[in-house]
Design a protein around this ligand. Structure first.
Ligand code: GDD
Ligand code: MN
Length: 381
């Protein structure tokens, strides 16, 4: 009997009809880029004219309606589509999702704000396709490349410092590991995906640091252009986040970037606590308990605002939500003290070594504060 089901290839995969697959996918991450993204798409299409390509825009539900603009283009050209991520933010995660959704064996990531020079895409593609490189990077820091037009002086200095550290500490032989412009095989992204951090923007460094040391990288110079429409979403904080990523990689991914930032903030909180306590004790007539209580509240408040600004900058709380967050943070930290003292007491009873008990209590308290505040204060799902 004849069936209407599609013919099967030897692989067992159904074949519905001939339709050429793209050889290259360009992933364009967007957040509030409605004015830039149509131009970026047009320029990429022009740069890759004559080849089979597709463009995947990964938009984090931009309030300016970027996805509507892209969907309108998709309706006229099926090579362009938009992944609209709801309830999530973060450049690295957006890039990973775009790359693993690609239909082609080779994928590229490029900024959608016209700061990257799309005309080097064919050269990058030749390098990866021919096998002369595993990763091709659009680089601002090799001969012929430049970044002075598109970055502030502070950002440039931070960027150079972080690059130097990445080279020394991680052995990453890359002149521009912070670049958001690169191309590689999708299969490599899929292999490394479980090791990659979702947070932050430093996806390329993460890929190179997580890949085997033997991979070959080619850097193609380009001049970083100035942004015309819209504004940058990355600020001076990216350098701190970058250092935390380096630390996380040095610790073999045992702890997340966010956890490292949270612990760093906690360390500054200890300093604040001691400073306030000391100041309180020099005021005549103030009892130790009072000074200690004030110092504790000040340090908790300090930690909350610093975490809200740095550790959770991708889900920063504002207005009423911030007040609610602060109160929940007080609650979480108070329970953390109970856990801390309880565990320290138990360990001390069993082991008698005072500092082992002290450290055990502090570690449990800190881990509790981290996990509970993630769930209750910043509501990470
Ligand atoms: N989906 C998504 N989600 N896209 C984002 C997000 C996000 O949370 N944040 C930024 N983007 C998009 C922007 O719309 C833009 O297309 C691209 O990512 C780069 O963001 P910019 O805000 O323009 O960053 P920049 O120009 O300051 O930073 C440049 O330098 C960095 C290194 O110093 C970029 O080239 C980065 O890619 C690079 O890592
Ligand atoms: Mn930019």
């Amino acid at each position: 009997m004849k069936t209407m089901s599609p013919a099967s290839e030897p692989t067992g995969l159904p074949v519905y009809g001939p339709h050429p697959a793209p050889e290259i996918t360009v992933v364009l991450p967007t957040y509030n880029e409605r004015d830039n993204v149509p131009i970026a798409i047009e320029r990429v299409a022009r740069a890759l004219d004559g080849r089979l390509w597709e463009i995947i825009v990964v938009d984090d539900d931009s309030p300016d309606g970027t996805s509507d603009v892209v969907n309108a283009i998709s309706e006229r050209d099926g090579r362009v589509r938009c992944i609209r991520r709801v309830g999530r933010r973060g450049l690295s995660g957006a890039c990973v999702e775009g790359m693993i959704a690609a239909a082609s064996p080779i994928v590229a990531v490029m900024d959608s704000d016209l700061q990257h020079d799309e005309t080097i895409l064919p050269r990058m593609l030749e390098a990866v396709k021919s096998g002369s490189a595993d990763i091709a990077v659009g680089s601002r820091y090799v001969d012929g490349g430049a970044s002075n037009e598109g970055l502030s002086a502070v950002r440039q200095a931070g960027s150079k410092l972080a690059n130097g550290l990445a080279k020394v500490l991680l052995g990453v032989r890359l002149n521009d590991p912070m670049s958001g412009f690169f191309m590689l095989r999708r299969e490599m992204v899929e292999r490394l995906e479980p090791k990659l951090s979702r947070q932050g923007f430093k996806i390329l460094l993460d890929i190179v640091a997580s890949a085997p040391r033997s991979i070959r990288v080619v850097e193609v110079p380009f001049s970083f252009r100035e942004r015309v429409a819209g504004e940058s979403k990355l600020d001076e904080l990216v350098t701190i986040e970058f250092l935390a990523l380096i630390l996380s990689k040095l610790l073999f991914n045992a702890v997340s970037v966010r956890f490292i930032l949270f612990m760093g903030v906690g360390a500054t909180g200890v300093v604040v606590h001691l400073a306030v306590l000391r100041a309180g004790l020099v005021v005549p007539g103030i009892a130790f308990e009072v000074a200690q209580t004030v110092a504790t509240v000040v340090a908790m408040t300090w930690n909350f605002f610093l975490n809200n600004w740095l550790t959770y900058r991708d889900r920063r709380l504002h207005g009423l939500a911030m007040v609610r967050g602060l109160l929940s943070f007080y609650l979480v930290c108070s329970l953390g003290v109970v856990a801390n003292v309880g565990v320290a007491g138990m360990v001390h009873e069993a082991d008698q070594v005072w500092w082992v008990a002290g450290i055990a209590g502090a570690v449990i308290g800190a881990v509790w504060n981290y996990a509970a505040s993630a769930a209750l204060t910043w509501r990470v799902r």
